[in-house]
Design a protein around this ligand. Sequence first.
Ligand code: ZN
Length: 466
Amino acid sequence: MAQITEDSRTESKTRSKVFIGRIVHSKSLKHLEILPKAALGVAKDGTISFLDSSITSAEEARAKYSPSGFADADYITLTPLQFLFPGLIDTHLHAPQWPNLAIGMEGNLREWCENYTDPIEASYSDTAKARRVYSDVVQTTLRLGSTTVAYNSTIHAEATNALADMCLKYGQRAVIGKLCILVGSTRGNWEESSEQSLADSEKSINYMRQIDPEARLLHPCVQPRGGSYCPPELMGGLGDLSHKYNEDDKHALRVQAHMCETTSDRDRALGLHKKFKSYAEMYHGYGMLHSRSILAHCIHLSEMDMKLLKETKAGVAHNPNSNTCLRDGECRVRELLDWGVKIGLGTDCSAGYMPSITDAMRSASNVSRYLAMKTGEEKWILGFEECVYLATMGGAEVVGLEDKIGNFEKGKEFDALLVDVDRVISVSEWDGEGEEGGLVLVKKWVFLGDDRHIKGVWVGGERVAG
Ligand SMILES: [Zn+2]
């Protein structure tokens, strides 16, 4: 496969495209639509013009859509073992921890932070290192199918800006903020003052607004590491900052933070913010809980926490691989869904060892089954359709882009994967016929496949990998 360059990306965007073949996407939590044969048209501006299940061949598509701007389009017919799938959305990944993938599973959250996270995060005062690592992070996660990632960075504004540069350079949609830590950290991984932390946060926000003024790909955020790391005056400042650039929906700042990962982490947070009774109440009290907030983990929640998440429309990043590795506990996804809380999947690298959202789907399924075994109640088990929803539409809701990405509705941006299950283990006895056959192929890819089976990745109509 040819190398994706900036020129080839631009060319892929300036040509309209029509894909003819199997199209898979979530219509709702329980409804995974599998169209065995359909046509999906992508306009020159990268948005989806039509999804037409009455079309079964390129000739039919050409005859019907040539008059409406698709005369000079590329017509791409998929093979019987290929399908289009929405781009995956990773709602929680720590870019600086990338070199630590797959190591450090010996300790609990506190030990892991001290021995692994703090030393490596502190090292990003070296911006050249940041550029090197982040270039690999962005290119690899794109190849793994993550068209959108909500990134945590470090306390360094320059390194955070380097991460934004890489996302823009390689064409990945991203939520990015400078990490804020004032207390409770080790190995020099903290900032000097609230004033400096806030000033550097705003510096990164303004940098992203400058390099991507239309917020085509970059969505800056404020990013307190969590309640035990930011004292009241810093939290208050960050809450105010999260409302500062609300001139329109496109530019409104997001919030990314950790919440209720372990019981001791929760107790430390409430110890620093004594006037609040619950973790969500604390964020809410500082003006940081709203429809653009992404809260990682949310395992040990009180009823008040869940009620506030629901009322404020804040979203949850569920990180099943990470929660298993650090033995944090099991996020009660079913309960959050029953409450009507927005929820998506995250890899939480490097506490989670695998930067792939198909792995997160497998892990979410497994963790839900452990919860069922532990409680004796089957209701906790997440169905396959639900796992796909969390990885795509659910993630889009969590990062506040549900009107733009997450499935193949007309008018949305074309963020998509071309999956080819030829050579996936045990596929050879299946022909993929009809809707049921299509579902088998999708399951085979999610549970048995990897990036070798992703033949193309598009973000906003631009081919960025594969
Ligand atoms: Zn995290």
